[in-house]
Design a protein around this ligand. Structure first.
Ligand code: RIB
Length: 313
């Protein structure tokens, strides 16, 4: 089991990053102060890279098109020693793309054009290959940039096999309660938590309350990310008592918050696999994602293990 990989099933996107001073309004044309930058991204692929750079073997399952972006996205994963044997080249749809507007404070607004990602697992052959790989995996990591039916199916299969399931509810979409109850760790940001709970989440206190409500609905561990305010983790201790912990994020200069949530999800998965205690695991994930926001780009900005360890100590 020690060398078995973590299996990530999700999206691969070529991120087209446009710097803007502010968001345009409808009907308005803005000039960007710099040139277009292309960076490998996609929530699934980003989480796979985050895990690989933190030192755990990873297999990635997904779908790209026959276009050059597809080849670049796969090559980029291989550069981080990620097994891409389950990334199918789709003959009909083009590779996923994301249009990222990056503001001066490192904030962003993203439009994803899913392309081939929305065909992940729709064919029996890929579903069978993924389910087979899952039997050798240490954990399954999912997000919502692939069909919801695929996500629900994979969660059910992983639950039957008995491996930990980490689900990042991004981008925000409602999901069946039965699926959420089969998940070991649900990772969500303020927007996603608000959508799922129907309650506004805009402070650490809100996160504590909403995280507890979701946990009481049967989600084993809830991780709520809060940007510069860190993250909240809700889980049961060894005696079955609900515990709620908050980890503040170290203060840094934010360059680009893209993929901070992916970094958090990946790092939390690594920490859990390594058997870290909840407070240590949360600190590890918050530290990794804080490092991410100090760097440009999705995969280009994801930190390595030694950097996270150095910041922790
Ligand atoms: O979470 C960040 C990612 O969201 C970007 O890399 C982009 O591709 C979108 O999927």
């Amino acid at each position: 089991m020690g060398h078995n990989p973590i299996l990530v099933v999700g999206s691969l996107n070529m991120d087209q990053v446009v710097r803007v001073c502010r968001m345009p309004t409808w009907g308005e044309t803005l000039l960007s102060p710099s040139s277009l930058q292309l960076v490998a991204g996609g929530k699934g692929a980003n989480q796979a890279v985050a895990i690989a750079r933190l030192g755990v073997p990873v297999s990635m399952a997904g779908r790209v098109g026959t276009d050059p972006f597809g080849t670049q996205l796969v090559t980029s994963l291989q550069a981080d020693a990620i097994d891409t044997g389950l990334v199918v080249v789709d003959q009909e749809e083009s590779s996923g793309a994301a249009f990222i507007f990056l503001g001066p404070d490192g904030d962003n607004a993203i439009v994803v054009v899913p392309g081939a990602n929305m065909r992940v697992g729709l064919d029996q052959a890929q579903m069978f290959a993924i389910s087979t790989a899952m039997r050798q995996a240490r954990a399954l990591v999912l997000q919502l940039e692939i069909p919801l039916a695929t996500v629900q199916n994979l969660v059910a299969t992983a639950w039957h096999i008995g491996i930990p399931i980490v689900l990042n509810l991004a981008p925000a979409q409602p999901l069946a309660v039965e699926t959420l109850r089969q998940v070991s760790v649900l990772v969500l940001n303020e927007t996603e938590a608000s959508l799922l709970s129907g309650q506004r989440v805009s402070s650490v206190e809100d996160a504590r309350i909403v995280g507890t409500v979701l946990h009481e609905q049967g989600i084993a561990t809830v991780a709520l990310t809060l940007g510069s305010r860190g993250a909240v983790l809700v889980f049961d201790d060894a005696h079955g008592q609900t515990c709620v912990i908050h980890q503040q994020a170290p203060k840094v200069q934010v360059v680009d918050s893209t993929a901070a949530g992916d970094c958090f999800a990946g790092a939390l998965t690594v920490a859990i696999i390594e058997g870290k205690l909840p407070d240590e695991a949360l600190r590890f994930a918050v530290t990794a994602s804080t490092l991410k926001v100090t760097r440009f780009g999705a995969q280009s900005g994801l930190p390595r293990r030694a950097e996270v360890d150095a910041m922790l100590h």
